[in-house]
Ligand binder design. Structure first.
Ligand code: ATP
Length: 369
């Protein structure tokens, strides 16, 4: 419950105002987070934002300087890693090369002196989970990268943790294998009903697998939500720029959803957390920009004239780069069937609807589009 007492329905992991300092730098800064039972939660953010430190504190390899960490409703501060109901899968999964697959998976159980018969059953079960039962007798050196990663997963699942922590586990795999493993991991997680906390700097990976995503920045969580929410209603310019692509232009708020920018007047029908006179950042995603070779009629808001400087065919979509002048380049993505027949050097008008315009308070950190 709210007081941290252990209950059957307790959340899988709770971090309460956790901080971790290295010298005087806060790697994790007053961070609070709840991982629900059975959920796939990703920690997403650029290098150095504190993802790994957060994960290592849940695992017990690092210790918070302040704050509390609960697993299954009980504080684990001071509890060593092997006594926590969590297990970790790393990118460098380091299987023992001189042991068979089954021996690798059994290793931890043998260390904790689980009876032989039980070990055999659990190893078989764990290898079945990751579809590797047929490889039990092989040495890991005779397995592909994806198969080795599945064995590492089995090794982490064999003692039935309530939470599995994964630190960029697919980082070493090539793209196709990584995409296959993403599907497999998600299936495995929903089948087992174990909570997964997945660390990645790859937004596509986080978007495709997670029930919820925590976007981290400088040791804090900037936004926590499902993929749709994060993508369609980013809480800040930072989140807007980190997940998906964006066209940004800075300007000054005039109030009532109107912003004056170097590229003309923009209007949003969304809520704006800025008053008249405030410096703001306007964001529009490439897929919401319409592109024509003839000047549209109507008001000149959310309308930018430019010159096409690049066209890339991408199968179902076509991507355009439009030089809008004043140092701004707009990225436009149109579905191929409706993409305009524009080429490099052509004059083009970019226009978008007011409900696709996001206006954020200026945080002074991003460069303009
Ligand atoms: P990456 O994706 O590169 O692994 P991350 O988001 O996981 O990054 P952390 O590894 O948690 O980030 O690091 C957060 C901050 O803490 C960084 O500034 C890092 O340099 C610092 N840091 C992490 N571990 C240590 C350590 N053992 N000693 C000193 N500083 C550290």
């Amino acid at each position: 419950g709210e007081d941290g007492s252990a209950t059957g329905a307790a959340d899988a992991v709770v971090l309460r105002r956790v901080s971790r300092f290295y010298a005087d730098v806060a790697a994790v800064d007053d961070l609070s987070l709840t991982v629900r039972r059975g959920e796939f939660l990703s920690l997403l953010g650029p290098s150095g934002c504190g993802k790994t430190t957060t994960l290592r504190m849940i695992a017990g390899f690092e210790h918070p300087d302040t704050g509390d960490i609960l697993v299954d409703g009980a504080s684990v501060v001071g509890v060593p890693p092997h006594k926590r109901a969590v297990n970790t899968v790393f990118q460098a999964y380091a299987l023992f090369p001189h042991m068979s697959v089954a021996e690798n998976v059994a290793y931890g159980l043998e260390q904790s002196r689980v009876p032989k018969q039980q070990i055999r059953e659990r190893v078989t079960e764990a290898l079945e989970m990751v579809r590797m039962r047929g490889y039990a007798g092989r040495p890991p050196t005779q397995l592909s990268g994806g198969q080795q990663q599945r064995v590492a997963l089995a090794r982490a699942l064999v003692n039935r943790p309530s939470v599995l922590l994964l630190d960029e586990p697919l980082g070493a795999l090539d793209r196709q294998l990584r995409e296959e493993m993403q599907v497999e991991l998600k299936l495995l997680q929903s089948r087992l009903g174990i909570s997964f906390v997945f660390v990645t700097h790859d937004q596509g990976e986080a978007l495709s697998m997670s029930d919820r995503i925590a976007i981290m920045r400088a040791g804090r969580i900037e936004q926590l939500g499902d993929a749709d929410t994060i993508y369609s209603t980013p809480a800040s310019a930072y989140v807007a720029g980190f997940v998906g692509q964006q066209n940004f232009v800075d300007g000054e708020s005039r109030g009532e959803g109107v912003v004056d920018t170097a590229l003309g007047r923009m209007r949003t029908s969304r809520e704006v957390e800025a008053g008249a006179g405030d410096r703001v950042r306007v964001a529009v995603r490439p897929e919401f920009v319409d592109l024509t070779g003839t000047e549209p009629t109507g008001p000149a808001e959310n309308l930018v004239r430019g010159e096409v400087i690049g066209v890339a065919h991408q199968g179902e979509t076509r991507q355009f780069l439009v030089d809008a002048g004043r140092g701004h380049t707009l990225l436009v993505r149109r579905p191929t069937p409706v993409a305009p027949r524009l080429g490099v050097g052509d004059t083009a008008w970019c226009r978008w609807e007011a409900d696709h315009v996001h206006v954020f308070p200026h945080d002074g950190e991003h460069s303009a589009a």
